[in-house]
Design a protein around this ligand. Structure first.
Ligand code: NAP
Length: 320
């Protein structure tokens, strides 16, 4: 079977297409025929060797994917061969024609959701739901600013927040990004490349500020976020690519919470609960994963360059 392999940590050119022996599931495992693999920023950090957890080399990248069940390991019940599934994590990597998963990493893919959309669920939707409701404790009637709403996690957060009855503000940095977040339900949108956009946000809340901020680029925005929070506001830090200076008094003045978010640190029972909630939203159509770009598996290097470039628009997906 074809798979992308990384032989050394380094640049995108380390992602090489290879022919590997077919996989077989051991007891308790599920073998999935991958029809689409989701590309996440974390895949690039792992490939570069800068992420805290490094896989042994060589390895096949990819956490997310969707496809059909090809075979079940001994003792696996509740699934059948041919069943449509999405996977959130795997044992062997999803940038491949086949992926071996623990049965807890496999989730039913509703009929109306394509494989490409299924590959956009795992990391983005689980992170968005965990950040919004488990970490930031967002409630109906509150206002949330999704600071970086046009990417994989951002669009998921827009849909989840809308479905839960929040007033949703979102930012994007390109024309197509603005269109995407409008289509996905933001009540108001702002341009994070425009000078003075934070003043605009404060102005539309009559100076009160927003209750919750989901932050995709904390090293740029955290200090400023604290100045546009409402009393008792919460900032959930999802993404950060470096250090940042803040004025603690901005948090003190509002009794504000600054919350770290780490998907890999969430308890297994919380993750299971989140997938149950996502299933309901996917079945009802309230959650509609947005695929920005589909590329052949062999173009994994191009996908890694694109996911780290401005102009994100939903999810980049590799098709084996
Ligand atoms: P993505 O699809 O590449 O999206 C990146 C987003 O950041 C886009 O909406 C982009 O908007 C926006 N952005 C660019 N400049 C910005 C600025 N100055 N202010 C605010 N937003 C800005 O990435 P993703 O998959 O959504 O992930 C977002 C971040 O969260 C990444 O850093 C990722 O590593 C991290 N993450 C963390 C966890 C966790 O467990 N903590 C889990 C998943 C992801 P434009 O392209 O429109 O400019």
């Amino acid at each position: 079977m074809k798979a992308i392999r990384v032989g050394n940590f380094g640049g995108p050119e380390e992602l090489q297409l290879a022919e590997l022996p077919a996989l077989h599931p051991a007891a308790g495992q599920v073998l999935v025929r991958v029809r689409a693999a989701g590309v996440n920023p974390v895949d690039t950090y792992i490939r570069a060797g800068t992420y805290a957890q490094k896989p042994p080399l060589p390895y096949t990248p990819g956490l997310d994917g969707a496809g059909e069940i090809e075979a079940l390991g001994e003792g696996v019940t509740g699934w059948h061969e041919g069943q449509r599934v999405y996977v959130a994590g795997s044992l062997s990597g999803t940038y491949a024609e086949q992926a071996v998963c623990n049965s807890s990493q496999v989730h039913a893919l509703p009929d109306g959701v394509s494989f490409a959309q299924g590959a956009a669920i795992g990391t983005p939707y689980v992170t968005a739901l965990f950040a919004l409701f488990h970490r930031a404790r967002a409630k109906a009637g509150e206002t949330v600013l999704i600071h970086g709403a046009s990417g994989g996690v951002g669009i998921a957060a827009v849909q989840l927040a809308r479905a839960a009855g929040l007033t949703v503000f979102g930012t994007a940095g390109s024309g197509p990004g603005h269109l995407a977040i409008e289509e996905n339900g933001v009540h108001r949108q702002f341009d994070h490349t425009k000078l003075g956009y934070l003043d605009e946000i404060k102005a539309v809340t009559d100076g009160r500020g927003v209750d919750v901020i989901l932050e995709m680029l904390a090293n740029v925005n955290l200090g400023k976020d604290l100045t546009i929070l409402a009393p008792n506001g919460r900032v959930a830090i999802i993404g950060s690519r470096g250090p940042v200076e803040i004025n603690p008094r901005d948090a003190m003045a509002r009794n504000a919470d600054i919350l770290g978010v780490m998907l890999f640190g969430a308890a297994p029972e919380v993750i299971a609960e989140i997938h149950d909630a996502l299933r309901t939203g996917l079945e009802s159509g309230a959650l509609r994963p947005v695929v920005g770009r589909e590329l052949p598996l062999a173009d994994a290097a191009e996908a890694h360059r694109a996911v780290m470039s401005p102009g994100a628009l939903g999810k980049i997906v590799l098709v084996p």
